[in-house]
Write a protein that binds this ligand. Structure first.
Ligand SMILES: *Cc1c(COP(=O)(O)O)cnc(C)c1O
Length: 369
């Protein structure tokens, strides 16, 4: 059985759009793509006149080096968000099959599934003393029973910050190898200092890893992320992707961010964020009115409050915007706080430390608490 057998049957012979860049040709005078013959006045060096390479070789090479895979195992796209969408479209037949998520988790899996008309099944994470844990046996059983074609795992998890064990991911992929692709979203892995599921893709053709330059590499506006998987799956995803997904200025920014000096600076930023995360976790846990601080391996912390509305208002009053998680089932008293600069984090602690016990309680959804 090859990974191709997991693709949507109606797309197996789909070639996708043949763009002006699909067929490699040599020539001096390029008149095949209806581009303007002269650059825009807004385009100083004239580099924007032509359609970009769909998958620039230098970017693919840099990403392969960064993530430790082969170049034909990487598909670069507009953030890992695009990877989520492509996986759904390539693997889930419209109106059939399902995608499995483990809530609380990143909202885009459900959004993309909904847009594609894919049924979503949920095997909630187990909120235990060690934080959120994935019940892998139940995930496997439910994926089999519900005909899930995709299983979305997030490690470290958003919003819980929990890391998933690679051996359990490998066992799950092995059990589902004839029926589903296991997606491991590692948007925050740099902050965990842990090995990547990329090391499993050689032995497991049905594991796809999502990585992004949006978080640790500080390039969220450039919209560059990637899928790393079996080369045949990458090839199939590329055929489902837009003809020219990567804007040239964004590719240039990504290449610059992956030069050695910039990578060293990234490592320093990550190190500082990790140190600050540890400081914040310890300090938040000491504050009055804090019920629980989840142990995080990412660049945010999930915090439960006695009075989350009051805490939220305190923070807003100090000009600090955090992510309100209270609409999420099981997190009716929680806020997710990203790790900022050391000075910003200190302001957060001061704002929360000033919360008097017994401050007025705002509206709370007890059913969700
Ligand atoms: C932020 C985030 C992403 C990043 O998405 P991009 O489209 O690459 O910016 C992916 N997954 C999770 C879980 C995230 O929190």
């Amino acid at each position: 059985m090859s990974i191709i057998d997991l693709l949507r049957e109606d797309l197996r012979d789909f070639a996708g759009y043949r763009s002006a860049r699909t067929d490699a040709c040599d020539g001096e005078i390029w008149l095949n793509a209806n581009e303007s013959a002269q650059p825009s006045a807004a385009d100083g060096d004239g580099s924007l006149r032509r359609y970009p390479e769909p998958q620039p070789a230098p970017l693919r090479a840099a990403l392969a080096r960064l993530y430790g895979c082969r170049e034909d195992q990487v598909l670069a796209g507009r953030g890992s968000d695009e990877g989520i969408d492509l996986l759904l479209r390539a693997l889930c037949p419209p109106g059939a099959g399902a995608a499995l998520v483990t809530t609380p988790t990143f909202g885009m899996y459900a959004v993309c599934a909904r847009l594609h008309g894919t049924r979503l099944v949920d095997v909630p994470l187990v909120d235990g003393p060690g934080g959120h844990a994935c019940d892998f046996d139940t995930v496997a059983a439910v994926a089999e029973r519900e005909d899930a074609r995709l299983v979305f795992l997030c490690s470290p998890g958003n919003p819980g910050g929990n890391l998933l064990p690679l051996p359990a991911i490998a066992t799950l992929a092995q059990r589902l190898r004839e029926r589903a692709v296991v997606v491991v979203d590692e948007a925050y892995l740099e902050y965990a200092g842990a090995p990547s599921a990329v090391e499993l893709i050689g032995a497991h053709h049905n594991i796809a890893v999502l990585r992004t330059l949006s978080k640790a590499h500080a390039l969220a506006a450039a919209r560059i992320g990637c899928v790393i998987a079996d080369a045949a799956l990458i090839d199939a995803l590329r055929r489902c992707q837009a003809p020219y997904p990567l804007a040239r200025p964004c590719v240039e920014a990504a290449l610059a961010a992956l030069q050695p000096a910039a990578r060293a600076a990234t490592r320093d930023r990550v190190e500082q964020a990790v140190a600050e995360r540890e400081r914040m976790q310890a300090a938040l846990a000491e504050l009055p009115g804090v019920r629980r601080v989840y142990r995080s391996r990412a660049n945010f912390v999930l915090v439960r409050f006695e009075q989350a509305q009051a805490a939220f208002e305190r923070l807003i009053g100090a000009g600090i915007v955090v992510r309100d998680m209270r609409a999420t089932p099981g997190l009716g008293d929680a806020l997710r706080i990203s790790i900022g600069t050391p000075a910003q984090n200190t302001v957060v602690l001061a704002a929360l430390g000033a919360t008097p016990a017994g401050a007025p309680v705002g509206p709370r959804n007890e059913a969700l608490a």
